[in-house]
Design a protein around this ligand. Sequence first.
Ligand code: CIR
Length: 252
Amino acid sequence: MIALTRSVPRSITRCELTHVERAPIDWSRADRQHAAYEQVLRGLGCTVQKLPTLEQHPDSVFVEDTALVFDECAVITRPGAESRRGEIESVVDVLRDHRPLRFIEAPGTLDGGDVLCIGTDVYVGLSTRSTEDAAQQLALALAPFGYAVSTVTVRDALHLKSLASALPDGRILIDSARVDAGVFDADAIEICGNERAGANVLVIGDTVVCPGAAPRTRDRLEREGYRTAVVDASELAKAEGALTCCSLLLRD
Ligand code: CIR
């Protein structure tokens, strides 16, 4: 497994924010947390490949939003925030060596954080970043490979994957206070209490990487039989980022 990542730019203090109040971000701490994240990925068998640092793009550490990688192709998104559109170029440069590429075209916009895949079911969050038009483009791009694309309205969160994540066995982890579990064709496990950050987990093989901010949800997953790991992403959370956002995973 290759994990594409990009270092935290110092400009992250000027990041986009939608549902989070601006709080001072300590770049050194964010950078250390990001390095620890990469180390966890290596420990789980990933080869971490770094994309170039983009100082002129404050949100560029959140590489997930720029592309969707499937076994059959990669779809380059058109991020909903205009300030983020210039992030895709260097992702195209790398992904073109690994997959046939498809592109989301204007007027559609799509952030990778809004795309939740459970097997061949692809759910697209309609959010402030991702549009119905883009969901239709994605459905057309993926239809030849047998993926079924449907949409889910996202309120109260930046992205669909702030609210629900796929687990290794086809179940989902979900914050059902903010999204209806019934829209997914999958069994659901609820996050614990008010651990809102807990709904975004990163799956590498059989391991579920959980944010340090959601210890009770992590315990619940352990009790359900999942192997877990933990990463402290508290500084990146101030930029409204979570765990899946910081990498693009591709099976090589
Ligand atoms: C943004 O607003 O675009 C960034 N501050 C946060 C992006 C987080 N990405 C993600 O959850 N996939």
